[in-house]
Design a protein around this ligand. Structure first.
Ligand code: SF4
Length: 254
């Protein structure tokens, strides 16, 4: 059993300040009803990402020149709020940026567990080694993984930037395999937009997902790169897959 399970609230907050600081947060939502469907969850956003998705809505967490990780006082306020409201929240979503880039993520998740939280991790799937460890150690209850493009280098470079390597695409495939074999709560989700996600891309992506595939509509509000793009319409996607009904093909539209 974790040493801090029976800690006082003050001890939990003191431990939490360090655990929160260690994952370099750059954003915090006290309460969300949409980031973990069916849960009232706080959301902590870590800074830094190894992708540069053209449609990314969080440049402040991704572009090194914009990143401002929270200082000690803010991290303490987050720890204080989480400990003080742990009976009101169902859980905590750890998002980013890319949380698995944080070496000390396991320690932070362990602290969340010691506070009694359920945990959901959002990831781009590029760190299957850490993901496997977290699943094996029961450090997360749910994982949402982005599938950005067909599992091919060129397609990933077009959506996620020139820095994507074939080793990264292999790691994304491995994470997908791990999650699809896991018996926890899994969401594989994709943001689809035209002209990139054409008939071929959508069919390839659909083929690589077993279980439900969640499709999020592309929104042109803030994006990392300026781009000419439009959302893929639900009817067009179902048409491409040769189905008239989203439930029949295992797709959830959000
Ligand atoms: S959308 Fe892409 S660039 Fe933005 S945080 Fe997620 S993985 Fe990183």
């Amino acid at each position: 059993m974790n040493r801090v399970v029976s800690a006082t609230p003050g001890e939990l907050v003191a431990h939490g300040e360090k655990a929160v600081s260690a994952v370099l947060p750059g954003g915090f939502l006290k309460q969300s009803f949409i980031d973990w469907p069916g849960h009232i969850a706080a959301v902590l956003y870590t800074t830094g990402c190894n992708m540069r998705c053209v449609y990314c809505h969080n440049p402040g967490l991704v572009r090194p020149e914009l990143i401002r990780p929270y200082g000690a006082a803010e991290c303490r306020r987050i720890a204080d709020w989480l400990v003080g409201n742990r009976n009101l929240l169902d859980g905590v979503v750890v998002s980013g940026g890319e949380p698995t880039l944080q070496r000390r993520l396991p320690g932070f998740l362990q602290w969340l567990r010691s506070c009694g939280f359920r945990v959901k991790l959002d990831t781009n799937g590029t760190n299957p080694q850490l993901l496997e460890e977290l699943l094996h150690e029961h450090m997360v209850d749910a994982v949402s993984m982005d599938l950005k493009a067909p599992l091919e280098l060129q397609a990933h470079r077009e959506v996620c930037g020139r820095g994507i390597t074939s080793a990264m695409v292999d790691r994304i495939s491995r994470s997908l395999e791990l999650l699809q074999a896991w018996d926890g709560e899994v969401e594989i989700r994709s943001t689809l937009f035209r002209p990139f996600h054409d008939h071929r891309a959508i069919r390839e992506m659909y083929r690589s997902v077993t279980g439900t595939w969640t499709i999020q509509s592309y929104s042109p509000r803030v994006t990392l790169e300026s781009m000419e793009a439009a959302p893929c319409e639900k009817e067009d996607i179902l048409d491409m897959l040769g189905a008239g009904d989203d439930k029949a093909v295992g797709i959830r539209f959000r």
